[in-house]
Design a protein around this ligand. Structure first.
Ligand code: SAM
Ligand code: SF4
Length: 336
């Protein structure tokens, strides 16, 4: 195997000067929930197991990305915790030279079983997805039950000594937009960031213009309930715009990918469960690192493929209306 460029190599810097230091790895396309905005109603065809990256392949690619300058890895899915080797993977990834932060996005259902091992492995940040605080609605949105279990996981995570615990809530008009204030109150005495995510259009997820709730509208509703609420983020390129409510322990974050995209500061790349590298969440361009590896590519050859993909990255996504009609993978096969 040939040597790889040292940390800070230009392979992860695109033609707009963006350095990609944050790798999101989807560990599986399977999930124990069926969220309407993520999983198409008729499901997705699951790939045969040998089409998915193995433990060793994930580690090899992650080692290469870390050598190229990636310092943060997030594990996602599908549901990352349904993958049996998730804790061992987390431990191996956290130990890779150059990896400073290991994070995970999970629906929380299985978190209690894995939390201790994951923390011992080096997990530092957990985002738990929850779109409603009402049990009947949880059933409608996820097509499964489990609200209490998710809230239990949130509270366990808050007591686990992690660097940060966040809650991801996709806001949809007529579905859960009447819970904004309730979600904000959830952060009153919990050290948590509630992240309100603008609903994004993806393959087969039922997105419609009228279901979209833009960031300014969320702010208006929340400021009516909490007049002292004020912004705290000062980084114009941050993914989340953060706000605080006086007297609250936690804070609010807003992911405005549609109304005010943050493509100019994007530092993310995505390795999907089938080994495809996706340089933009909303772009259709993908390259199979799995096929290259299985054809015997050296690290230098993989680096050249990664470099070419990064250099093809566009300045920004095409805008909400165009994305709504564009072909893309369903979100469950990307990983958020
Ligand atoms: N199963 C895990 C979970 O739900 O946290 C990880 C995978 S999930 C695809 C990652 C994140 O993507 C979740 O927070 C989910 O809410 C978000 N997501 C899925 N579909 C979305 C959409 N259409 N718009 C915005 N966010 C979406
Ligand atoms: Fe599963 Fe997460 Fe998608 Fe819900 S959002 S279906 S939990 S992958």
């Amino acid at each position: 195997m040939t040597a790889v460029p040292s940390s800070g190599s230009s392979a992860l810097t695109d033609t707009f000067g963006r350095r990609h230091t944050y790798l999101r790895i989807s560990l599986t396309e399977r999930c124990n929930l069926r969220c309407t905005y993520c999983m198409p109603a008729d499901g997705v065809d699951l790939l045969p197991r040998h089409h998915l990256l193995s433990f060793e392949e994930i580690i090899r690619l992650s080692r290469l990305f870390a050598a190229l300058g990636v310092s943060k890895i997030r594990l996602t899915g599908g549901e990352p915790l349904v993958r049996k080797d998730v804790s061992a993977l987390a431990a191996a990834l956290a130990r890779l030279p150059g990896i400073e932060t290991l994070a995970m996005t999970t629906n929380g259902l299985l978190l209690d079983r894995h939390l201790d091992l994951l923390c011992a492995a080096g997990l530092r940040i957990v985002n738990i997805s929850l779109d409603t605080l009402r049990a009947d609605r949880f059933l409608t949105i996820t097509r499964r039950s489990g609200l209490e279990q998710v809230i239990r996981s949130v509270d366990l995570a808050l007591n686990a000594g992690l660097d940060a615990v966040k809650m991801n809530c996709v806001v949809m008009r007529g579905v859960n937009d009447d819970e904004l204030v309730d979600f904000a109150r959830f952060a009153a005495d919990r050290d948590i960031e509630i992240r309100f995510i603008e609903y994004m259009p993806f393959g087969g997820n039922g997105w419609q213009n009228k279901t979209f709730v833009p960031y300014p509208e969320m702010i208006r509703v929340l400021q009516e309930a909490f007049p002292g609420m004020h912004p705290t983020s000062d980084d114009p390129h941050a993914t989340a715009k953060t706000w605080r409510i006086p007297g609250f322990t936690g804070e609010l974050g807003f992911i405005t990918s549609m109304s005010e995209h943050f493509c100019g500061g994007c530092n993310r790349i995505r390795l999907m469960a089938d080994g495809n590298l996706k340089v933009c969440l909303f772009g259709r361009g993908e390259v199979s690192l799995r096929d290259a590896m299985r054809d015997g590519a050296s690290d230098d050859e993989l680096t050249a493929l990664i470099d070419a993909a990064i250099n093809g990255k566009k300045a920004s996504h095409a805008g909400m209306e165009a994305l709504a009609i564009q072909d893309n993978r369903p979100m469950i096969r990307i990983g958020g």
